[in-house]
Design a protein around this ligand. Structure first.
Ligand code: ATP
Length: 710
């Protein structure tokens, strides 16, 4: 399933850069591309032209329709209005539209695979695919639920990029369309605090797709989990300001992110934060409050209204997650790490107080009365975070409001005194430079520590899902671990990394890309050396870390080993990512009888927080049923099937991702089968893990992807 490059080299440099100017085409120099005749035998068929702007480096690709008196139809990204409209149309009518054959022909002529042109032409409108052999694929830097992310070098300009290989089923147009939403959202957004999509790698005969992004050295999860790193107050403000600016841009463009969490907040070495991963994003129009799925946002960052099944929501969901990030940046650990949806709600109500009667009514949460906490909780955000600076606490109180409307907007939050009082947010460029750190590094550290525990200190168990403890990882750097293992050519804890680099015959992942393993090693090592040198040079520049106050721990929290034993863990590490689903749009399109209003709670579900423990047990018992019913709900809305994820949380405790609190009725047989398949898959993985010397069964078995795509 490698990437086969079929386009002539003339296309290579006519990539994605939109021209800065929009002067008349006739004044510019343009040349016809050889690619123009692909898939077309007729002279009058449209042809692609490459338009060089004023002899400069900027290149624009257009389609010339010779049939219409030689007029030009521009596929220029800068004409955003036109494209926005097309994108909006696309998103509004997913699946309900026939793509004109001419469009498919044009796009396949430009080098796109037919499955993509036929299912999601707007996503690739005006772009030409990049060729795989113009990239040198380096190491794996991220593993998402729906993707693998690699560092690579763009050989055309000698820059590092991140290649995100997205998982979907190219034979299923719905799956392709759903995947393409991420591309459309990314193309619509243009802001310094939002990750930039530079292009796409695929080819006409390819069945896979890579998204080409600017390369970011860190994600917030990876960075915060590095032993010894603590953020200063101006630094926290700097990150928060950037996060809110990026969010404000999304929201003002009618896009909800719906998966704000540390591992989706990327940082470069200049301290710039960019919001990434728009795979769960959705269109949002405050004037037409169409129903959306509540099954979004990673559990720990999910607002109460979503946990309670709200289907009409807006920007406030992202603001709640932002409030969680704020607390986490100060306290160095997730502030609401629930293991189940019930526990998550319980934690929220314990911290933010139980909602008034008014709450359920206002949010139209009719069914939720069954899970109202029996005794009222008092809001205790201020007490819990009493060590936080007053302005931080005040912003947190707002962002963690139970009433979505009280959270305000990102624009309002940016004017909060948190940002306007001293110490002010620092300039990103003044932030310390850190060695590359990713969430995946943290996972590697955990694995390495676990291995060391297994081989050396017997009984020194390192729990899965924990961020590495300094004692457990002394002297261990995930990157150095990788390199050492690679140099030995053996025993790397992450089989993907090893095989990506050393197994050029593994066509699936490497085919089409330039490969030079020795170079990879050298360049990684050199990068580290460079970094060390930079660090010693920068020592006086980076300044001391002024540590923000730690979070005060109540006695209760001390008893809560889950909370007290962990360092920063901003992550989806426990498989807590809500499944991606096209349901939002399905619901938007079809709010009919199977919509959220009619979704019924599954029988036997807990009705009281007092029964939390038994609730968990019951939830386990009802797991199969709920998997079934949640799947059914999506089936009913003709959506992409979700992955059901089991995982292990901190301390190795199993996480039950069992679908929403409210689910619809069953289609049990089929779903039981799927469940069986998942169990078998888990057992298979467990056997595999066990068979590897010195390993425990640790990884989260993430069973399926969108549409079980390969
Ligand atoms: N542009 C980038 N530069 C560097 N690293 C990146 C980049 N994009 C993604 N990554 C890394 O890859 C990880 C996974 O990427 P991403 O979140 O986009 O994938 P996903 O499959 O959508 O994940 P999720 O399971 O959160 O939905 C990120 O947490 C990050 O560490």
């Amino acid at each position: 399933m490698g990437l086969i490059c079929t386009k002539p080299s003339a296309v290579e440099d006519s990539r994605e850069s939109p021209p800065k100017r929009t002067s008349s085409i006739s004044r510019r120099h343009h040349s016809e591309l050889k690619v123009s005749r692909f898939g077309s035998s007729k002279r009058e068929d449209p042809v692609w032209i490459k338009d060089r702007l004023g002899g400069g480096g900027d290149v624009k690709v257009m389609l010339v329709d010779k049939k219409v008196n030689g007029s030009m139809r521009s596929y220029d990204q800068t004409k955003s209005k036109k494209i926005d409209k097309a994108e909006a149309t696309f998103l509004d009518h997913l699946g309900s539209r026939r793509i004109p054959n001419a469009t498919v022909a044009e796009q396949t002529a430009a080098g796109w695979p037919r499955w993509l042109a036929a299912a999601a032409p707007e996503a690739i409108n005006g772009w030409i695919p990049r060729r795989a052999d113009t990239f040198e694929k380096l190491n794996k830097i991220g593993q998402g639920t729906y993707s693998s992310v690699y560092k690579a070098r763009d050989v055309t300009n000698d820059k590092f990029v991140a290649l995100k290989k997205v998982r979907f089923d190219n034979l299923d147009p719905e799956s392709v369309k759903f995947m393409a939403r991420e591309i459309l959202f990314l193309r619509r957004l243009d802001h310094p605090n939002i990750i930039k999509l530079h292009g796409l790698i695929t080819a006409r005969s390819s069945s896979s797709l890579y998204l080409v992004f600017e390369y970011m050295e860190h994600d917030l999860t990876g960075l915060a989990s590095r032993p010894g790193i603590k953020f200063s107050e101006p630094q926290v403000k700097c990150y928060m300001q950037q996060l809110l600016s990026g969010l404000d841009h999304c929201h003002s463009h009618g896009i909800l992110h719906r998966d704000i969490k540390g591992s989706n907040l990327l940082l470069d070495n200049n301290g710039i934060l960019k919001i990434a991963d728009f795979g769960l994003a959705s269109n949002y129009d405050p004037r037409h409050n169409v129903p959306l799925t509540s099954r979004v946002v990673t559990l720990w960052y999910r607002p109460p209204e979503l946990l309670l099944g709200a289907s009409k929501y807006g920007v406030a969901v992202d603001l709640w997650s932002t409030g969680c990030i704020l607390g986490e940046l100060y306290s160095g650990k997730p502030i609401l790490p629930g293991k189940t949806e019930v526990e998550q709600l319980h934690k929220i109500f314990k911290l933010c107080g139980s909602p008034s009667e008014d709450y359920w009514r206002k949010l139209h949460l009719r069914n939720s009365t069954m899970i109202k906490p029996p005794q009222p909780y008092r809001r205790c955000v201020a007490e819990t975070f009493k060590d936080l600076p007053a302005s931080a606490l005040q912003l947190m109180e707002i962002l963690l409001s139970l009433y979505p409307a009280d959270r305000g907007t990102a624009a309002i939050a940016l004017k909060n005194e948190f940002f306007t009082t001293k110490p002010f947010p620092c300039d990103p460029s003044s932030l310390p430079k850190y060695p590359p750190s990713k969430e995946i590094d943290a996972k590697l550290r955990e694995e390495e520590a676990r291995r060391q525990g297994a081989s050396g200190g017997r009984g020194q168990k390192v729990d899965l899902g924990r961020r590495a403890q300094p004692v457990a990882v002394a002297g261990t750097n995930a990157n150095s671990v990788s390199i050492a293992s690679l140099q030995r050519g053996q025993g790397h804890s992450n089989p993907n990394i090893r095989s990506e680099i050393f197994n050029p015959h593994r066509g699936e992942t490497l085919s089409g890309f330039l490969v030079d393993p020795t170079k990879h090693l050298r360049s990684d090592k050199d990068a580290r050396k460079d970094f060390a040198e930079q660090q010693s040079m920068r020592a006086s520049v980076s300044g001391p870390l002024i540590h923000g106050p730690g979070r005060a721990k109540s006695g209760k929290e001390h008893n809560d080993s889950f909370l007290s034993s962990n360092r920063a863990n901003l992550s989806k590490l426990s498989g807590l990512v809500m499944a991606r689903t096209a349901m939002s749009d399905d619901q938007q399109e079809r709010p009919g009888p199977s919509g959220p209003e009619t979704i019924k709670p599954v029988g036997g579900f807990p009705g009281s927080f007092d029964q939390e423990e038994s609730a968990k047990k019951q939830e386990r018992m009802h797991y199969t049923q709920r998997v079934a019913s949640s799947h059914q709900m999506e089936d009913e809305t003709a959506s992409i099937k979700e992955s059901n994820m089991h995982g292990r949380g901190p301390k190795g405790n199993k996480i039950y991702m069992s679908g929403p609190l409210f689910a619809s009725s069953n289609n049990v047989d089929r779903m039981l089968k799927e469940h069986d398949r998942q169990i078998q898959e888990y057992a298979r993985r467990a056997r595999f893990e066990k068979s590897r010397p010195g390993t425990q069964v640790t990884e989260n078995p993430t069973f399926s992807s969108r549409h079980r795509a390969g």
